[in-house]
Design a binder for this molecule. Sequence first.
Ligand SMILES: [Zn+2]
Length: 41
Amino acid sequence: MEELVGHCTICGKEIYCENGFFDGEQKDGELYCHECVGMEE
Ligand SMILES: [Zn+2]
């Protein structure tokens, strides 16, 4: 089961929750995809 959680704050990519696995990161109430979260450091 796939559930749309929201959009990445930086690139706008759709972020889904698959079977309870969150396909991204949440920081300070904002959503980020894995690509953008990796760029931040
Ligand atoms: Zn992104």
